[in-house]
Design a protein around this ligand. Structure first.
Ligand code: ZN
Length: 310
C-alpha cells in the first residue's frame, strides 16, 4: 500500500523511526519483551502530516513506532504530580515499606482460592478494541488494557468504552511508547505520570497498574510508577502475537503456556489477536479458569513494585 505522505515525511522522523525500530530489535534479544515496534508493517506510514496522534482508523495494522514521534499535549507537562495521588498514602513510602495500597477492585474474584488468568492487551485503544470488548463481555471474561496516551487521544471514545465496560481494567502503557530505561527524568515523568493524567482526563479512571513498553524498566522507571501510584506489571506468558500475526498461533501460545496466576501479553491493535480471543476464552474457561484483570489476579498491588504473575 503506497502512502503519499511517506514521500514528504521529514528525514529526521525517518531516522527516529529507524533508530527506534533498530533499538527495539536489540532490546528484544536482551530482554525478550514484546517488540511490536521491531516489526513495523510495510504500510506503517500513517498520515501524520495533519495530526499529532496516530490515525489508526486509516491504517489498522500500523505499528506503534509512530507513537515515539508524538509529543504529549502541553497540558500534561504542566499537571502537578500530587493531583494523581491525592487522598492516598505516599506511594513511594508505601512501596518502600512493602505495604499494599491499591486494593483489589470491588467484587474481585478471590484468586487465592480460584484458578485465575489475567489476559492483557497492549498498545490500544485501536480499531479492534470494541470488537474485543464485545467478545469478552459476552463470555463473562475480564481483561486489562494497557493503553498509550497517544492512542487514547486518538480514540477517546474507545478508551471510555473500555473504562465503562463492567469488570474491565484500563491501565497505563506510557504516553508515547518509548524505551523508558533510555529517557531522562522529565520525559519519564511525562510518559508515566502524564499518561495517568490523560487516562483520568478522558475516562475519569485512576489507573493503578503500569506496563513499561517492551518491558524496558530500571529503578527510575519503577520509582516514577510509584509516584503515579501504579504497580509495574510485566508478564509470564508472551504470545508473540505481534510477530506471528496468526490467530491459531496466538491461541496455541496461550494454551501451551498459561497456568493459574499467569499474566498473558497480547496486543489488541492486531486483528489476528482479537480473532484468537474466542478460542482462548473457550480453552481457558473449559479448564476451569476464571479470566480476571491484573488488579484482581494480584489481589491489589503496591505502587512501584514489579509483578510478572500472581
Ligand atoms: Zn507496547
Amino acid at each position: 500500500m503506497s502512502d503519499p505522505t511517506s514521500q514528504s515525511r521529514p528525514s529526521g522522523r525517518l531516522r527516529l523511526r529507524t533508530a527506534a525500530a533498530f533499538a527495539a530489535v536489540l532490546l528484544t534479544v536482551a530482554c525478550a519483551p514484546h517488540t511490536e515496534s521491531s516489526a513495523p508493517a510495510p504500510q506503517s506510514a500513517v498520515p501524520q502530516a495533519t495530526t499529532a496522534a496516530p490515525v489508526v482508523e486509516a491504517s489498522p495494522s500500523v505499528a506503534p513506532t509512530v507513537e515515539a514521534t508524538v509529543e504529549p499535549p502541553s497540558d500534561i507537562k504542566a499537571m502537578p504530580l500530587r493531583e494523581f495521588v491525592a487522598g492516598t498514602p505516599s506511594p513511594s513510602a508505601a512501596a518502600e515499606s512493602g505495604r499494599r495500597v491499591n486494593p483489589p477492585p470491588p467484587g474481585a474474584a478471590d484468586c487465592s482460592r480460584m484458578k485465575c488468568i489475567a489476559l492483557t492487551f497492549d498498545d490500544g485503544p485501536g480499531p479492534h478494541t470494541e470488537r474485543l470488548l464485545g467478545m469478552l463481555s459476552s463470555k463473562d471474561a475480564r481483561a486489562t488494557f494497557f493503553v498509550t496516551g497517544a492512542m487514547v487521544r486518538a480514540n477517546p471514545g474507545v478508551a471510555r468504552r473500555i473504562a465503562n465496560t463492567p469488570g474491565m481494567e484500563i491501565a497505563n502503557h506510557s504516553s508515547t511508547h518509548p524505551q523508558l530505561n533510555r529517557v531522562g527524568a522529565a520525559q519519564l515523568r511525562r510518559e508515566i505520570v502524564g499518561n495517568h493524567a490523560t487516562i483520568r482526563e478522558v475516562t475519569g479512571k485512576e489507573v493503578t497498574v503500569f506496563r513499561p513498553p517492551y518491558g524496558a524498566r530500571n529503578s527510575a522507571v519503577d520509582a516514577m510508577a510509584a509516584e503515579a501510584g501504579e504497580a509495574v506489571i510485566l508478564w509470564d506468558v508472551d504470545t508473540d502475537d505481534w510477530r506471528t500475526r496468526s490467530a491459531s498461533a496466538t491461541r496455541k501460545a496461550v494454551a501451551d503456556q498459561a497456568r493459574s496466576g499467569s499474566i498473558v501479553l497480547m496486543h489488541d491493535i492486531h486483528g489476528s489477536t482479537v480473532d484468537a480471543v474466542p478460542g482462548i476464552i473457550s480453552d481457558l474457561q473449559g479448564q476451569g479458569y476464571v479470566l480476571v484483570t491484573v488488579s484482581e489476579i494480584l489481589g491489589g498491588s503496591t505502587p512501584g513494585r514489579v509483578y510478572t504473575r500472581r
